[in-house]
Design a protein around this ligand. Structure first.
Ligand SMILES: [Zn+2]
Length: 241
């Protein structure tokens, strides 16, 4: 018997949970860093084996993130259950939490890790980078590598750095998953918002595009284009010095 069991204070639990939630943002930052390292490796034509290694690291991060969220969910469920049921005899909370975690884990499927938002973005940007830098997933012959630098110069000059909305060079380009056009993030979001207020759909502002509805969820950061723009600007800064 535990008198006043219902008056138990959970403030310690809340503090722990919020530090676990902070942990999630560290995982997220870790995933961003790993992604950028992988993209740098592709850009500098490094060993693809290392890039594959980073892919495994990304999945480990995703698994860690899933474990943390299971834990947080299990503890929150337990606390809510106690608050709701106000049992006279407090059960062993550790057991209750473990039971809930086990139940959550039994539904885990490692394939799901590959649909982690950051992992999907990673794979997509990696694919873009590989295409642009002419890197095949399997090892390329050396002579092909020598050609790569020239290829980059060509692709970069062919890429369009100008936003079809602002007519200025993009700072934060986003690509439309549906029609493939890129725009300055702020500009396209502005258009979508204004059209929404008028209860109308926003069409793709690129001349000649027949995409009649652009949604915020269609837009993904175009990391490849951003890097190309940044590196061109860096080069022109260097040559003007
Ligand atoms: Zn378009």
């Amino acid at each position: 018997m535990m008198p006043g069991g219902s008056m138990i204070s959970f403030s310690g639990v809340d503090t722990c949970l919020s530090s676990l939630k902070n942990c999630q943002s560290s995982i997220s930052t870790g995933m961003d860093i790993a992604k950028n390292v992988a993209l740098d490796l592709v850009e500098s034509h490094n060993d693809m084996e290392e890039v594959n290694e980073i892919e495994r690291v990304m999945l480990e991060y995703a698994a860690l993130s899933r474990d943390v969220s299971h834990y947080v969910q299990a503890v929150e469920d337990t606390v809510n259950q106690i608050k709701r049921d106000k049992p006279d005899v407090l059960p062993d909370l550790k057991d209750v939490v473990h039971e809930k975690i086990n139940a959550l884990e039994s539904r885990d499927n490692d394939l799901e890790l590959q649909s982690h938002e950051k992992f999907v973005l990673f794979k997509e940007q990696l694919k873009q980078m590989k295409t642009q830098f002419g890197v095949q997933s399997d090892a390329k012959e050396n002579e092909a590598f020598e050609q790569v630098d020239e290829d980059i110069a060509v692709t970069q000059s062919q890429m369009n750095f100008i936003c079809p909305i602002t007519q200025e060079e993009m700072k934060k380009p986003v690509r439309n998953k549906n029609c493939g056009h890129t725009y300055e993030e702020e500009a396209i979001l502005g258009i979508i918002q204004r059209r929404q207020q008028q209860k109308k759909k926003a069409r793709c502002p690129k001349v000649g595009c027949n995409n009649l509805e652009v949604k915020k969820s269609d837009l993904v950061p175009d990391e490849v284009l951003k890097r190309a723009i940044d590196s061109q600007n860096k080069q022109s800064r260097l040559s003007s010095q």
